[in-house]
Ligand binder design. Structure first.
Ligand code: DCP
Ligand code: MN
Ligand code: MG
Length: 334
């Protein structure tokens, strides 16, 4: 997971609308903590981002899915005045500013940020003097605040990928290691490194006691070779941490997921994203009587109870089964 996603300029004729809608969405999520409004603004931003023509009036936007009255009025206001009064007010508000800043620290969510602000902590300097209030994850997030906000060039991820594959295959050559996220979608730079790992001996039906330690062993190997420098959290299937390719380079956020072999393609699809692409594809799956998540694709019976997982042998299988036009990873950048 990486924080702070700015809308992409690529092929986006409505970039400026997306930018203010994304900022409003962030405000609703982080400050108001109104996830309903957050989703409404995010959905509107996604709709406009993939709209093939430049929107010329609020009225024109109104006809698009997910653009309601509140949003089309904002588009009109923006077109007429070049700004939004609501955002101007938010920019002036000290509490909003502080919450927005604190939620940029890895591990600090909106509720924690509000608590910190309530206790008078509004800057990173103040935060670093009150580390007793923070979890290990948050302390590391604060330590690498600047590094974690720097984008990672593709060439650096390519080098990291090579080392991850070399080191992990020393443990067992049958591991499959795939860098997903924005990197797999072909982006020239990424917020973090999303690594998916699977192995044919580990399937979801075989409850294997060894399974529990596989990710731990992989992480230890990557620590021993000097690649992983920090652990934020480590579970049976999910690692969040940091790595460093060379002393002169920033510390980078590294996410690893170890997933059962039979769930590999659903995980690959999920972890490749984008998150909005996933939302849209899942919604389409539901319309076609399937429930799709990061583990499985399952048919919904007439009662709406999910059935057995469908056997999947490629990413494309998932598209075919739910009757969704196949999109290559580079075409999933919405
Ligand atoms: N994901 C999702 N829903 C979320 C978070 C993540 O579907 N709420 C999936 C889709 C993402 C992938 O996980 O593409 C990786 O998450 P990241 O936050 O790392 O996002 P990206 O890799 O897409 O972008 P970035 O370059 O900012 O890391
Ligand atoms: Mn990530
Ligand atoms: Mg990522």
């Amino acid at each position: 997971m990486s924080k702070r996603k700015a809308p992409s300029h690529e092929n986006n004729l409505n970039y400026d609308f997306c930018e203010f809608l994304t900022e409003l969405a962030e405000y609703e999520k982080n400050v108001s903590r109104n996830m309903y409004k957050y989703k409404a603004y995010s959905k509107a931003a996604a709709t406009l981002a993939s709209h093939p023509t430049r929107i010329k009036s609020g009225n024109e936007a109104k006809a698009l899915p997910g653009i309601g009255e509140k949003i089309f009025k904002k588009i009109d206001e923006f077109l007429q005045t070049g700004k939004l009064q609501k955002l101007e007010n938010i920019h002036q508000d000290k509490t909003s500013q502080a919450i927005n800043l604190l939620t940029r620290v890895s591990g600090i969510g909106p509720a924690k940020a509000q608590k910190l602000v309530d206790s008078g902590i509004k800057t990173l300097d103040q935060l670093s003097k009150h580390q007793n209030l923070l979890s290990h994850h948050q302390i590391v997030g604060l330590k690498y605040f600047d590094d974690f906000e720097k984008k990672i060039p593709r060439t650096e991820i390519e080098e990291i990928e090579k080392i991850l594959k070399e080191e992990i295959s020393k443990l067992d050559s049958r591991y499959t290691i795939t860098i997903c996220g924005s990197y797999r979608r072909g982006k020239s730079e990424s917020g973090d490194i999303d690594t998916l790992i699977t192995h044919p001996d580990y399937t979801s039906d075989k409850i294997n006691k060894k399974h529990k330690f596989v990710l731990q062993i992989i992480v230890d190997r990557l620590k021993d070779c000097g690649m992983i420098t920090e652990t934020l959290s480590l579970g049976d299937t999910k690692f969040m941490g940091a790595c460093k390719l060379k002393p002169a380079l920033p510390t980078r956020r590294l996410d690893i997921r170890f997933q059962p072999y039979d769930q590999y393609f659903c995980s690959l699809l999920y972890f490749t994203g984008s998150d909005i692409f996933n939302q849209q594809m899942r919604a389409h799956a539901l319309e076609n009587g399937f429930t799709l998540n990061e583990y499985t694709l399952r048919p919904l019976g007439t009662t709406g109870v999910p059935g057995e997982a469908v056997e999947i042998t490629s990413e494309k299988d998932i598209f075919d089964i739910i009757d969704y036009p196949y999109k290559k990873p580079v075409d999933r950048n919405i």
